[in-house]
Design a protein around this ligand. Structure first.
Ligand code: PLP
Length: 465
């Protein structure tokens, strides 16, 4: 930090303050984690200075031998860890990985017949007229994905996102009675809509998805099954999700982030079968800017960590802790979407406490519990205020929390929410944004959390001076 302080002290201060904040709060954001010192240090070096458009051994720039080494290593670890035929480790984020996947499915679809007609050997040889035909063919493709309020992600075909502009979209939801995925309803929607891409994967669904059944549905209607495992990649890597629940053997293409349950650097990745590998490798420069060599190096380190036996133990503890958290909330009267969890996250419907998701999120933050508000299925409060709070265990499990401690976290959460009331606007009108936490609760919760957090120091040995 001293080196940074010499140039821009405010940045050094913000970095230091972030560590202080993370050390002092209960981080329950389901998409966050704490990367290892090895992963963090691998990101801060001169590999960042290199341009390396292209792929390993086929670059548009000279002098890429060391970037080739780290990219090849990251891809090899990814293939071995997930049992994938092909891995592409360049995407800068999960959204970028999804864009690469969309591009490759679309390009494979339209390029081949158009090329055959044009008698050309490569997409670069297409004439303007060929491109016109391609554009028209690309313009009316369809995607079927999980709805946002059932737990799907914005990139799964929703209007405000580029995916909703590239594809005509329809979504499948969950059974209103149980909150669970209804495979018969997904199959019926697929038969009627006949999508090019059937997308499975979620940001806020607390149960498992049977990818074998999703593949059967895709095959029946001639769709490509794409799985976005951004949230649960760590559980796949740690062999907690196997058989029908491991997407890799069932999907033609799998995308992920590397920074959530996988516990790597911030970034994305694509795994695919041989039929898509060539298109996927054209991700940069067709869809992505130059790769981030320092981040690919950190992906290699994180994936090497995930191949160790300790990571399997970690992944199992993430799920055990989520169950303990769910049970702790449920037994204290909390209303959980689907009644519980099978993965790393819990979706708490806070309308039972008379609060909006926004009010609950703010009250918890005031007490040092960091979560995020999230829509619940058929949410009456919409996507901004919401009626839910999403909580996940990957970060606290990395810190060393166990099941008994998660029960205590459930108690802290319940205490805050049951002692929070909705606030009013300055003119006295009801507000979905403002909250009032009873006097003394924030202090009480912070002191109880400090005891828990003190048992599991974060980045021990890192001294801010
Ligand atoms: N896909 C899913 C399922 C996600 O939950 C997220 C992020 O929350 C993303 C993609 C996007 O990842 P990123 O923020 O790295 O672009």
């Amino acid at each position: 930090l001293e080196v940074i302080r010499g140039v821009e002290p405010r940045v050094a201060d913000a970095i230091g303050a972030e560590l202080t904040d993370q050390r002092a709060s209960l981080k329950l954001i389901a998409s966050e984690n704490y990367a290892s010192p090895a992963v963090l240090l691998t990101m801060g070096n001169w590999l960042s200075d290199k341009y390396a458009e292209g792929t390993v051994g086929r670059r548009f720039y000279a002098g890429c031998r060391n970037v080739d080494t780290v990219e090849a290593l990251a891809a090899e670890h990814a293939r071995e860890l997930f049992g994938a035929r092909h891995a592409y480790v360049q995407p800068h984020s999960g959204i970028d990985a999804n864009l690469v996947a969309f591009w490759s499915v679309l390009a494979r679809r339209v390029e081949v017949p158009a090329l055959a007609e044009a008698g050309a050997g490569h997409v670069n040889d297409l004439s303007e007229a060929d491109w016109g035909r391609l554009r028209r063919a690309l313009g009316n493709q369809r995607m079927l994905g999980m709805s946002l309020d059932a737990g799907g992600h914005l990139t799964h075909g929703f209007r405000p996102n580029i995916s909703g502009k590239m594809f005509e979209q329809r979504s499948y939801g969950t059974d209103p009675a149980t909150g669970l995925l209804d495979y018969d309803a997904v199959a019926a929607a697929a038969r009627e809509f006949r999508p090019l891409v059937l997308i499975a994967g979620y940001s806020a669904y607390p149960r498992l998805v049977n990818f074998r059944m999703m593949r059967e549905i895709a095959d029946e209607v001639g769709a490509t099954l794409m799985v976005d495992m951004a949230h649960f990649a760590g559980l796949v890597a740690g062999k907690v999700l196997t058989g029908d629940f491991d997407p890799v053997p069932h999907a033609a293409i799998v995308t992920t982030t590397t920074h959530k349950s996988l516990r790597g650097p911030r970034g994305g990745m694509v795994l695919c079968d041989d039929s898509l590998a060539e298109q996927v490798d054209r991700g940069c420069p067709m869809v992505l800017g130059g790769p981030l060599p320092h981040v690919m190096a950190a992906k290699a380190v994180a994936l090497a960590e995930a191949r160790r036996p300790e990571f399997r133990d970690y992944a199992q503890r993430v799920v055990d802790n989520a169950r303990a958290l769910a049970e702790g909330l449920r037994s204290r009267g909390g209303r959980l979407v689907t009644g519980g969890t099978d993965n790393h996250l819990v979706l708490l419907d806070v309308s039972g406490y008379g609060l909006s998701g926004r009010q609950a999120e703010a009250a918890l933050l005031e007490a040092g519990i960091v979560t995020n508000r999230n829509a619940v299925p058929q949410d009456p409060n919409g996507a901004w205020y919401t009626s839910g709070v999403r909580m996940g265990t990957p970060a606290l499990t990395t810190r060393g929390f166990g099941a008994a401690e998660m029960d205590e976290v459930a108690d802290l959460t319940h205490t805050v929410l049951s002692r929070t009331t909705p606030g009013t606007t300055p003119s006295g009108a009801a507000s979905k944004a403002r909250h009032v936490l009873a006097d003394g609760v924030a202090e009480e919760i912070r002191s109880r959390s400090a005891d828990l957090l003190g048992r599991h120091p974060l980045y021990p040995g890192v001294d801010l001076g």
